[in-house]
Design a protein around this ligand. Structure first.
Ligand code: FES
Length: 175
């Protein structure tokens, strides 16, 4: 057990180093070019999955822009996030049809089950919870999607079973 954990740790540190090396390459490619910040942030987020503070600092230094500007761009554009994201994004539709059919109760149940608020990520790193506008499946209201899977006519009591499917799949993949 202990040996397995040590292996995991080394693997993860190695993966991290590779990510920081990729970041350095991205910054070097764009340094000195006008309008570099957004493409660099975009590519850095592809590498890390999100934009943590230390990555923001490296980008600010590498592109010679104030950290406040980096932070401002991340805050302004919703495609950027400074928070880690789960493997699966859960989107609960809060469009009118879904809202009327009880989407708020489904959302509440998800928050309870995952122990997070909207835009939060579960402690196991599996799920990020978001609300969405109408996803065009109003006939199935209330609707949520998890990754590419769509679930309709939801009731709060369906939530546990649906989440368990992903949790079980993850455990099997790790086994
Ligand atoms: S309002 Fe939810 S799918 Fe249209």
């Amino acid at each position: 057990m202990e040996a397995a954990n040590k292996g995991c740790c080394c693997q993860s540190m190695k993966a991290q180093d590779e990510r920081y090396q990729k970041l350095a390459d991205i910054i070097a490619r764009y340094a000195g070019q006008p309008g570099a910040l957004i493409p660099v942030l975009h590519q850095a987020q592809e590498v890390f999955g999100y934009l943590p503070h230390d990555v923001q600092v490296l980008i600010a230094e590498g592109l010679d822009v104030p950290l406040s500007e980096v932070d401002g761009v991340i805050t302004f554009y919703s495609l950027f996030t400074s928070q880690p994201r789960g493997k699966y994004t859960i989107g609960v539709c809060m469009g009118t049809a879904c809202y009327v059919k009880g989407a708020a109760a489904v959302l509440e149940e998800l928050k309870q089950q995952l122990g997070i608020d909207v835009n939060g990520t579960s402690a196991d790193g599996l799920f990020t919870l978001e609300v969405t506008r109408c996803v065009g499946a109003c006939g199935l209201a209330p609707v949520m999607n998890i990754g590419d899977d769509v679930y309709g006519r939801l009731k709060p009591e369906d939530v546990r079973e649906i989440l368990d499917k992903y949790i079980q799949a993850e455990r099997q993949a790790d086994a």
